[in-house]
Design a protein. Sequence first.
Length: 328
Amino acid sequence: MRERARGCLLGLAAGDALGAPAENLSPAEIRRRWGRLTEIEGGGTDDTEYAIFAASLLVRHGHALTAADVAAAYREEIIPRVTGPMRGAGFSELGTIEALRRGLEPPLTGLVHSHGWSDGLAMRAAPYGIFCPGDPAEAARLVEQDGLVSGSGEGILGGRAVAGAVAAAMGGAAPGEVVSAALSVIPADSWTARNVVRARAALGPSPDPGDPDVIEALHEAVVVRHYPWTDVAPEAVALALTAFLAADGDVETSVTFGVSLGRDADTIGAIAGAVAGAGQGEGGVPARWAARIGAVTGKCLPVVAGRHVLDTADELADELADEPAGGL
């Protein structure tokens, strides 16, 4: 479990960092600038920092975590340190900060800002899957407690899908089973589920992750081209899980294919890397990428400044080791 936990969060951080310069770009523009992004040059974004913060909630509260606990942590650890703009924070998190400042409580904090469909929960859902190896339903239940504070509707479903996928991968499930696990914890008639199914079908039987036609087919299947923002959970989750599936679970291929899809590339890369890393373990993450991952700076969340994803993964693994036999 420790190997898988470390692989999961290291894969998340690597995907976040690799995809950061491609965020909001089209696949064609990414190909024009880099051909294919394969090397990490800079640091990660809020995706990694929020995942570390989510893990800290689990270390403190375990399976008893509630939305009230998450809201309290925001008020005590995040809001007092926000003295200016939250650099790189997503719409849903910014809206949640304002809602909490106004004295609202979840689930209203995730409803009033009208950005509940954001992929902000999906980007930080991996720790919940780590915490529930082989139990997608419990991972989805826990991540929803986090999601009630900052999201609603499809935003929460996106987080449930990612947490369920990571939980399945942590349990050793094959890539196809991992995607099925993600679908098992969300309604079949939801936007997120329909997108995952459409994207999976668009891959075809033997997809080539480097083929621009495959990328175009995925965009045609799930991307809302006329919408001005790219942080749409049903879109990012479907593209990330499909990248993982097309790569047959390989970490490097999952991430490089994911970020080549553009749109919210850092989040797509982070999700694909987390799911693949949970399946392959730390050894499955390219060593050259792992060497580029350092402690986060706290540029978005000062409360996690100086933390490293590997230390965070070890803390989660230690909590798992302390769980009584038979879980709850």
